[in-house]
Design a protein around this ligand. Structure first.
Ligand code: HEM
Length: 519
């Protein structure tokens, strides 16, 4: 054997040894880190764990995996253990029986940078600070009374949307409903939170419009940051520009909110309102006013600093805009695909309203079918299909499985809403079910078959706020117009693809033709 042959032989042996070591590592990684009593897990890869199995629509991929592993399944996203919950019974264990233990939130570089270092409600760790800011949300910003006080804003913004659609319809132009709904919800939230609209014409630092900044903010919230799951790869966020983008958008929002808050302070001192308690008695107060008043009066027994005020305002945009308009988008999509349901809804609304030119919120009280349509839409298309992740604080046993402290929890509300054990023909869009067999089921966190807003301590405080916009907007849409698809397309041809990201809206905008209805 000459030297070359010896070297080649050695090389082959070395390669074989490397492959063998790699396979042993894969095997050990897949099976040895789980304790005997952990929930079932699909095999995972070294370093990335089960991340490769998520795909672009994680709610669908997780459903497929849970069909093999069961309603409590343990995955690993990089080095982070993640408990995936896929049945109403298991969700009730997490968000009712053991809610206290699962009321924390995982950390994320994106939330840290965009939401003022976790000073908002949604990303704040469970504890005294979270309790304080959540109570501001529940009692001061999003209470029933406060939501009612913004009725004129909702009616006004809805009227603007209907007028815009009427203009399009008089030229038989195609209407981009997705865009209309985004404008409507942004308009309402801007006016309610900041006191006026900041839209296409308003530039923020850096020359962007406020609308563009909001869009970028929303997109960043839905971005995947590898460093959250594989900490030693966090440097990739610097290389791919994510960190720089997060810093820029956070700074632009910070400067913008500084200016909004200063304008409010100036207005208040000009009008002589500074120092008078207006938290409860002035219907015209926007959220910035309410928060400044709380700060000034120190009425909650803890200091509310300016960063917390900004973080709370940011939460309203982060949590309230995309989620709310998504419901309208899917509701209209399903109504267009189901003409008999559309006409049943139109009959109800038109009968109750009579021949007024537009609907007021008083008219909504008796619209039972409208409410069933919205519920059925939330069942099949929960805007955040995997809810907002939670994190356990202590070791706990659930259904006989050991769940360790610091395990992330994902609840697949999308899959739970389509469970045939809870719903007959679960894939069918059938609002009637919520008037008959399932009339007792609501989405307020007590019925775990329907949890688009979550449940327990961390439940969404914006349910009333979101529903008030959705009901008035949907009633007006079906009252004022009949609807068809452009170019005579058939309703069954309507594209149903979903977007990617945290909030799942339509992948392609909903484009329709509106025909004015004459009463
Ligand atoms: C259809 C519309 C909406 C949906 C589907 C929705 C859904 C959710 C979900 C799933 C959570 C997490 C709940 C949990 O962990 O159990 C949440 C939390 C939250 N939502 Fe909403 N939301 C909507 C509208 C709104 C609106 C309009 C606002 C405010 C204006 C809002 C503010 C919040 C806040 C502040 C939290 C954090 C609560 C906490 O961590 O304690 N949401 N929302």
């Amino acid at each position: 054997m000459n030297l070359l042959e010896i070297l080649l032989d050695l090389n082959e042996t070395f390669s074989l040894a490397l492959v063998a070591i790699f396979l042993i590592l894969v095997y050990r990684w897949s099976f040895t880190t789980l304790s005997k009593n952990s929930p079932p897990s699909p095999p995972k890869l070294p370093i990335i764990g089960n991340l490769h199995q998520l795909g672009l629509q994680p709610h669908r991929s997780l459903e497929a995996l849970s069909q093999r592993c069961g309603p409590l399944m343990l995955l690993h996203f990089g080095s982070v253990p993640v408990l995936v919950v896929s049945s109403s019974e298991a969700a009730s264990e997490i968000m009712r029986t053991h809610d206290l233990n699962f009321s924390n939130r995982p950390k994320s570089v994106i939330l840290e940078k965009l939401l003022c270092n976790y000073k908002d409600v949604a990303s704040a760790p469970y504890g005294e600070y979270w309790r304080q800011v959540k109570s501001i949300c529940v009692l001061n910003l999003l209470s029933n009374k406060r939501v009612r006080s913004f009725r004129a804003v909702r009616e006004d913004e809805t009227k603007s949307m209907i007028d815009e659609i009427t203009k399009h319809s008089s030229f038989s132009r195609v209407v981009n409903l997705s865009e209309m709904f985004a404008t409507l919800t942004n308009g309402v939230i801007c006016r309610v939170a900041l006191g006026r609209k900041y839209s296409s014409a308003d530039c923020v630092e850096g020359g962007q419009t406020f609308k563009e900044l909001l869009l970028e903010f929303g997109n960043l919230l839905g971005t995947f940051s590898i460093g959250d799951f594989i900490p030693w790869l966090a440097w990739l966020n610097r290389v791919n520009g994510l960190n720089a983008k997060l810093d820029r958008v956070a700074k632009q929002f910070d400067d913008f909110l500084d200016k909004v808050i200063q304008d409010h302070k100036d207005d208040r001192s000009r009008s002589g309102n500074d120092g008078q308690s207006q938290i409860d008695n002035d219907n015209q107060n926007d959220f910035v006013d309410v928060l400044l008043e709380i700060q000034k009066a120190n009425s909650l027994g803890f200091p509310l600093d300016i960063i917390s005020i900004k973080a709370l305002i940011l939460d309203m945009f982060a949590a309230g805009t995309d989620t709310t308009y998504t419901v309208l988008e899917w509701a209209m999509t399903e109504l267009l695909r189901h003409p008999s349901i559309m006409s049943k809804l139109q009959n109800e609304v038109r009968e109750i309203v009579g021949n007024k030119s537009h609907i007021t919120e008083n008219d909504l009280v008796d619209m039972r079918y409208l409410k069933a349509v919205i519920k059925e839409t939330l069942r099949l298309h929960p805007p955040i299909p995997l809810l907002v992740p939670r994190k356990s604080t202590q070791d706990v046993k659930i259904n006989g499985y050991d769940i360790k402290a610091n395990t992330q929890v994902i609840v697949n509300a999308w899959q739970i809403g389509r469970d045939s054990k809870s719903y007959h023909n679960p894939e069918e869009y059938d609002p009637e079910r919520f008037l008959n067999t399932h009339s007792g089921i609501d989405y307020k966190g007590n019925d775990f078959q329907l949890i688009p807003f979550g449940a327990g301590r961390r439940i969404c405080p914006g349910i009333q706020f979101a529903m008030a916009i959705n009901e008035i907007a949907l009633a007006n849409l079906v009252y004022n117009f009949n609807w068809t698809l452009p170019g005579g397309a058939k309703c069954e041809d309507l594209e149903m693809s979903e977007s990617t990201g945290v909030t799942i809206h339509r992948k392609y905008p909903l484009k329709v033709v509106a025909i004015p209805y004459s009463y």
